[in-house]
Write a protein that binds this ligand. Structure first.
Ligand SMILES: *Cc1c(COP(=O)(O)O)cnc(C)c1O
Length: 387
């Protein structure tokens, strides 16, 4: 029987409080400074944050925006992506990745994922690009690589394909800020990278927020214009159709307090992951470690043998006060909102067996930088008890 867990401090899947306790006076001070200045929209904190984020990622330019979803949208608007365009993206990801091309009138083409990294499968990507070209109805325009759960996608391969096919390589790094590949942080891979500052991401604010990172100065200017209604040199000159996609000053002020903790928090996440790995390797499939890749561990998901085993592990964890979650229970091509687009994209679309199988077997364990070794042991004991 599970031990009496009522007396133990609860374990969170995420934790936005432990960190806050460390920096609360600084957060209060910076929010108060915004209140005093009255510059709630496009205050100086936004630019200060943009510089700090660009430095952290080692890229030339950062443009703060209102969410990760809007970051993806602004990046695609800047390429003129719309009707008749095919945007290739993994079937196993968060809905926002697929929603944006549809909002712009483009067609998402779902690609299967690799069974160990859970990121876009390069061979399947090539196959689906060839099918779209052979059918000739849609123009292959962009690949959105997602660094799922914090693990960088195969960016050298995605970049090579996009160079060959003259396509836009967009990194959806919403779960992965802080991750790196071959010593280069995410943000520096692909033509642009979208970040989300949703509270539970590796760098989260206290509401919604996001950013675009790029080394292309002209594109950065275009992103700035698009986030402010397509404005030109002056505020009332409208150059193009844009949107209201700015990052709030108060959220930028909060992120400026949190960013200095980031390096230590990434190391703490890696320490938690190493603890899980050591206890669970050989018992369940643990996250892959491709050579040269450093995961940001936005999430830590194990893969069980089948749906029945996952249900048993979920129940064993619940009984022991250990929260778990399923990211994602349905592949995107099975979502009611996307079924029609999926059917319209490729006449005889090959199946997406890996994405379908992962949805039945994946399970996320608690992951945040403030889990201690005793809590990590409690989690792994609960998982093992359910196998
Ligand atoms: C969170 C997330 C987004 C969207 O970010 P928001 O800030 O919530 O709009 C996009 N893509 C992925 C993979 C995400 O996890």
């Amino acid at each position: 029987m599970p031990q009496d867990t009522a007396a133990l401090p609860p374990i969170g899947l995420f934790d936005v409080r432990a960190q806050q306790a460390l920096i609360r006076p600084e957060i209060d001070r910076r929010i108060a400074a915004v209140l005093d200045s009255g510059r709630f929209v496009q205050g100086p904190e936004v630019e200060e944050l943009e510089k700090a984020l660009a430095d952290f990622a080692g890229v030339g330019h950062c443009v703060g925006v209102s969410s990760g979803t809007d970051a993806l949208q602004i990046a695609m608007m800047a390429e003129g992506i719309g009707r008749g365009d095919a945007v290739f993206l993994p079937a196993f990801t968060y809905t926002a990745t697929a929603e944006v091309p549809l909002v712009l009138g483009a067609t998402p083409v779902f690609v299967d994922v690799d069974p160990t990294t859970f990121n876009i499968d390069i061979a399947d990507l090539r196959r689906r690009i060839a099918l779209v070209k052979a059918e000739g109805r849609l123009r292959p325009r962009a690949v959105v690589g997602v660094d799922l759960f914090g693990l960088p996608a195969d960016w050298p391969a995605i970049e090579a394909i996009c160079a060959e096919e003259d396509m836009f390589a967009l990194d959806d790094a919403a779960q992965a800020f802080g991750g790196a590949l071959r010593g280069r942080r995410l943000g520096g891979w692909g033509a642009a990278a979208a970040l989300s500052f949703y509270p539970t991401k590796t760098l989260g604010c206290y509401g919604d927020g996001g950013a675009l990172l790029t080394n292309d100065a002209e594109k950065a200017d275009l992103y700035r214009s698009l986030r402010t209604h397509g404005e030109g040199k002056t505020r009332y000159e409208v150059m193009r159709t844009g949107m209201n996609g700015r990052l709030d000053t108060i959220q930028a002020a909060i992120l400026l307090c949190k960013l200095p903790l980031m390096e230590n928090e990434l190391a703490a996440r890696a320490h938690v992951a190493a603890g899980y790995d050591a206890a669970l390797a050989g018992k369940v499939q643990i996250p892959a470690k491709p050579e040269g890749a450093e995961s940001a561990y936005g999430l830590y998901s194990i893969l069980l043998a089948d749906e029945g085993q996952r249900t048993r592990v979920q129940e064993a964890c619940k009984a022991r006060g250990v929260p778990t979650a399923v990211y994602y229970p349905l592949p995107l091509h099975h979502q009611p909102a996307y079924r029609e687009a999926h059917a319209a994209a490729i006449g005889q679309a090959p199946p997406l067996p890996v994405s379908e199988s992962l949805c039945k077997r994946i399970l996320a364990l608690p992951m945040h930088p403030y889990l201690d070794d005793a809590q990590v042991a409690r989690v792994t004991e609960a998982v093992i008890a359910g196998l």
